[in-house]
Every structure is written in structure tokens, then in C-alpha cells.
Write a protein that binds this ligand. Structure first.
Ligand code: ZN
Length: 131
């Protein structure tokens, strides 16, 4: 298993981690297989979405805030239930196909680390399986 860290700088933030994952796949030597990207946190997540227009990241965060507002009728005493809910909605892992030693992503796709209760130092685990 490989690991790298992400230092987030805002309370809610989407960070492109495609290049870190791609570098790990290259280092692994696996030519054909799968890559699992996993975030070991309860208030952060990982997703795949458009990396061309940065306004897509802004819209995702803004509309998640509408669906799950920070201040709500929550019972969790830590006060960050919105971050927990968003993390579960987006999910803590993604699986990406590897072909010819590279991630198979669409032209406009990037792998995004999603921070919902930052800023913090976060960890990302990557497992590469194949031959
Ligand atoms: Zn909490």
C-alpha cells in the first residue's frame, strides 16, 4: 500500500490529486490492473470529476452546502455532522483501471480529494493491483 498526504487550506475544498496517484501507479510497475484510492477519514472523501473548468469544483461544494447545510438540526455533539454526511454522500474510495502503466481516465476527468472539515493534514491510501 502506498500513502501520501494532502494539506488542505480551507474549511471545504476540492484538491486535484491525479498526479500523485499517477506517480504511484508508475512507481508500482503495474502495467495492467486496478488502482484503489482510499481516504481514511470520516469528514473527507474522494471523487472523480471534471478537471478542466475549476468552477465545477466550486459548484459541487456550493450545492453540497445547500443539500447539507453546516447548521442544521443535528444530534452529533462535535458539531460537524454536515461534514460527516457529505463524506458519506461522496464516498471514501474510488477504483480506477490501469492500462499500459497509466490510469484510465476520461479527457476531462481528475481524481479529487474532498475536504469537508478543514483545514487539516489528511492522508490518502493507494493500493495498486495487477501485473
Ligand atoms: Zn464529528
Amino acid at each position: 500500500m502506498f500513502e501520501f498526504s494532502v494539506r488542505t487550506t480551507r474549511h471545504s475544498e476540492i484538491v486535484d490529486i491525479t498526479w500523485q496517484v499517477e506517480k504511484i501507479v508508475e512507481k508500482s510497475g503495474v502495467r495492467d490492473g486496478i488502482c484503489i484510492v482510499y481516504v481514511p477519514h470520516t469528514t473527507a472523501a474522494v471523487t472523480i470529476n471534471e478537471n478542466a473548468d475549476p468552477s465545477v469544483k466550486t459548484d459541487i461544494l456550493n450545492y453540497l452546502n445547500i443539500i447539507v447545510p453546516w447548521n442544521g438540526n443535528y444530534t452529533h455533539l462535535e458539531g460537524n455532522s454536515a461534514a460527516h454526511i457529505k463524506a458519506s454522500v461522496i464516498g471514501s474510495d474510488r477504483t480506477i483501471i490501469i492500462r499500459n502503466g497509466h490510469l484510465v481516465l476520461g479527457t476531462w476527468q481528475g481524481i479529487y480529494f474532498c475536504e469537508f472539515d478543514g483545514p487539516r493534514s489528511r492522508r490518502v491510501f493507494v493500493e495498486v493491483i495487477g501485473k
